[in-house]
Every structure is written in C-alpha cells, then in structure tokens.
Design a protein. Sequence first.
Length: 405
Amino acid sequence: MLNPPSSEPSRRGLTLRGAGAWFALLAVFFSGSCVFDLPALEPDAGIGGNSGLGGAGGDGQIGGNAGNPAGASSLGGTAGGGDPSCPGAQKLCGETCRPLEPAFGCSSSSCEPCLDVPGAEVGCVEGQCAVLRCLDDFADCDGDTINRDTVGNGCEYPLGPLAATVTSLDVIKRSIAVDGKRDDWSGIPAYSFDQVCANCRDDNTPPITADSSIPARNDLDGRFRVAWDGDFFYVFVEAFDNHPFNLGDPVAEGCQHGAECEDAVQLFLAGRNNRSGGYSNENHRVFLGLSQRFVAPAQGQPALADVEISAQLQGTSCYRLEAKIDWAYITGTKGGGQAPGHFPPAPAQSYGFNLALNDWDPAVSDANRIERQSQIFWSNPGTEFSFSAAGMGEMTLRDGSDAGP
C-alpha cells in the first residue's frame, strides 16, 4: 500500500523575525525602491497516469509474453516532477525521498517501478518510463515496443549471444537443411557485422549513400553463422531491418538483376584462397536476395543447381536468410576441374571469405525513392575495392571437434 505524500505545507516564504526586520520593510515601502525579490513558488508535483492492461503475446515463432488481450501494457504515467519536500530530483515515496529513476517510476506520482520489458532496457524519458533500446541479443521484430508508448511483448526475438570477434573464421562441419529454421544451427557460433568500406563502389551495383558509416541498431543489425560438408558451404543470417525491401523486379537505376537491388546478403568467396586478383571463376561475389533471387554480377552466374536459398520475414522488421552453395562452383571445378588443397573440401583447408549485409531504404530526401543506404561487413574489406578479391577475410574448415562452442 503506497502512502500519500505528507500534507504538511511547504515552507517557501521569507520569514522575518524581530522589530528590525519590520522597520526595514516599512522603509523600503515608503522609499519606493526594491532591494530584494521574494523567491518564486515551486510548482506542485503532477499527478501520474494509471498503467494499462497487459498486452497479448505473439505467435510461437516470435511471440512474447501472454497478457490480457484487452490492450498493451502502458510503460508509465504522466510525468509528475520532483517533490518540494525532497531535495533535488527526488520525490516522496511513503516517508522516504527517492530518486526519479525507473526503480521508483521516474516522475510518476506512483512509486511503483517501471515495468520490466522482456529483452529491452527501460529508462526515464521526459519523466516517464520508456523503452530505450533492445538489449544486444534481442530484436523487436514485430515493432510493437520500440518508439511506442506501450510495452507490447517487448524485444521478443532472441538473436542469441555473439561469439568473440575473430580475424580467421573456423567453420564447423555439419549438413544443414535449407528451410529457414535455425534448429540445425544450434551450437554453431554467431558472428557480427561491424566493419564498413570507405568507398566500395563498382559498375555492377548501385552506389551506397552511407558506405563509411555503421547504421544504428534500430535501423540495421544482424549476425551470421556458417557450416560446411563435402558438397556445400552453408550460411545463415538473421537481421533486424526497420524497412525490409523485397524488390521482386529490377526497377532501381543501374540494376540489371534483382538480388543486388534489394535487401540482401553479399557473399564473398575465394575458392582457391587466391585474393590477389579480381573476381573470376574461383573468386566469387554472390548476392543472396530477400526475394530468394541470387546473382553473381562480376563473374560466372551460378546455375540453379549451384545455389539454394530460403528467405523469410520474421514479423515486420526482421528476416532470416539461409543458403547453400556448391563447392564445385566455389572452387571453379565445375565440369571436372582440379583444385588440389581446396577441392574436394576437407578439414584444415582455408579459403577467402567475407560476408556483408546490404540495406535499401527510402531516401531521406524523397520517401518515394529507394536507395542503397548501407553495407556492413564481417571483415574489413579495405577501401575503394572494384572487382577485387583483396579485401576478403579468411575461413578454415574444421571437423567439429576442434572448432569453437
């Protein structure tokens, strides 16, 4: 039971004691001059609002905590400000002054703590409880929490923990079903995209308007996993994108295909670990698009049998993209070619590798125009690459027992 604030009136006025003080006041009055100002009264604390009812949970794939279906949970009441009987930015809770912090309801007249929002950090914004951001390992894929005044089901999508940053990637041996599910990726580490290219432009793809900046997490965020077996190389990407863009048909200026002109994963592979030259039949750059199209714009286009891809939206602001690529295509051995030490694939063999996320969004200057705004990489690709494989990182195949967790 919350105790109401003390009803004792505030002592704010100037108290003058003694006859000397009264004579001083009379002297001021008759002289017509003013030698001091009375201090202004502090405003009374406002009245906080009531919290709403609990929000309904989502579906099994991305659902959050179940609640009362009558509505979403309110984050907090109206700001009430501090209490005049408490020092500084504090308010009276019972008979104790408490700071205007989430643990005590920010500036609300209630002293109940802000709601605990799943997967999110809660703080005080303009005196009210508010969701500040999703925690690093979570995403608000259904968009019902971030930038709203309700809790919804929070940041409901668990991305899982990130593996430590590495410069050479260990790839675990495991056969994967390309079905958009992540069950068979359990135990395989996930890595981040946290590198940019200062000027990654070429004649095959539209320019990037912010190619030297990492987008904010509430714009674009993602992680990936990789695996291999004797036939295929596998990649699995989970991304938060506040504006998933599935082109379907090439309409953007400079686009000859589909996958390079939509939100996509850009896969870089040096099948014989030779990164000294441009893209060729053994150095590949393949776009894997949200429309499930794929294209290699600077070298030989893979056949339908060479690539399998599954792309699925998760809510309104996330997607999963899963693909497998034939090792014979990767190593340029289609039709019986030889690549000793690289084909057939085997543990301890190394290859050039990099992975990037491409983000297409409405242009800031024209909401009706789509532009390729950002591109973020696993490995730093260097600067100003054009038809060059020099910016790839490296990956090494492992049999599973000698790889990471």
